[in-house]
Ligand binder design. Sequence first.
Ligand code: DOR
Ligand code: ZN
Length: 371
Amino acid sequence: ALIDPHVHFRVPGGEHKEDWQTGARAAIAGGVTTVFDMPNNTPACTTADRLEEKTSLIEAQLTEANTPLRYHLYLGASETTIGEITRAHGKYIGIKVFLGQSTGDLLMDKPEVFARVCKTAAELGAIVAVHCEDEAVMQQKKQSLAPEELADVRNHPRIRDREAAIVALQNAIAMGKKYGTKLYILHASTKEEVELIRQAKRDGLNIALETTPHHLFLNETAFATLGTKAQMNPPLRTREDQTALWAGINDGTIDTIGTDHAPHTLEEKAKPYGQAPSGVPGIETILPLFLTAVRDGKLTLDQLTRVTRINAEKFFGLKRNDDVVLVDMNTIKKVNGAMLQTKSKWSPFEGWELVGWPVYTILRGQIFKVQ
Ligand code: DOR
Ligand code: ZN
């Protein structure tokens, strides 16, 4: 079964989008038995106490759902809670840093604070997971666009320009070099990020790179048909970037696929650009997307097991489990958002014909019939 190192299950504060009952069902339906949940909740999960409170809420919801999903939580880094990195050590899987503003109020736009986070983490041997989009670059790009341009979702990749991703990643790599921090780079979207990590690994840095299903399977032409349903941070990029991401999967530069399962309701996504939130659900479609890609020769089954499980297990130091997902490689089925378990009930891959849908997921010896 899969490990998804990047989900937003929205507890506490965003339960109308997802909770751990619907999230766990969605995970199992997707063949995922371990998730790492992000801290951009309301309130943000930035302290040992909040980690504890969040854990109690999750435990209650998983018990209610009768689904003993495996999970780990990220601690959100913020300027006023740096001490919590040490206080909560052992209770989190990694420390999440947003170098640019996204959903929620976690933002770390001061380089000296980011440096303190990286130094503290290095001393503890903790992993820093970085959302690489530089806030200053994004503000600059925003100011260069006219009001009508700022109202057009097709400009999402101009505002959150690739340069923001590149500059932020360069800064993160510099921190890794300076302090020896173990870095997990979230959702790579550009060819330049793949190349920077390829070089960083050659230089011997302890660094892992994640990308997402949507950055591999979609590009910015999707705005024409999907509108704000194709809006997420970092944005979709070009065909050339997609090609580079696939090359990164094939040569091992990219270590993991995180779905960045970021559910928002259809009502929220129907708002005009500027008001619609960024993010797409993805935990139930990851496996059929990639198994269809295996069928089509885009990656091998061995590579798929590495990027969806083995590499995350190694990098984050998880104990091996014997969870399994059984899939059907013969039946072609269309993605149907309304049939998904996620509370958000939609998918950016609506109508795609895919093979490799999970049939049974086995979690801690418990058999879940998925379809
Ligand atoms: O698209 C995104 N959605 N990117 C993020 O950084 C956050 C996420 C969310 O929580 O909605
Ligand atoms: Zn995310």
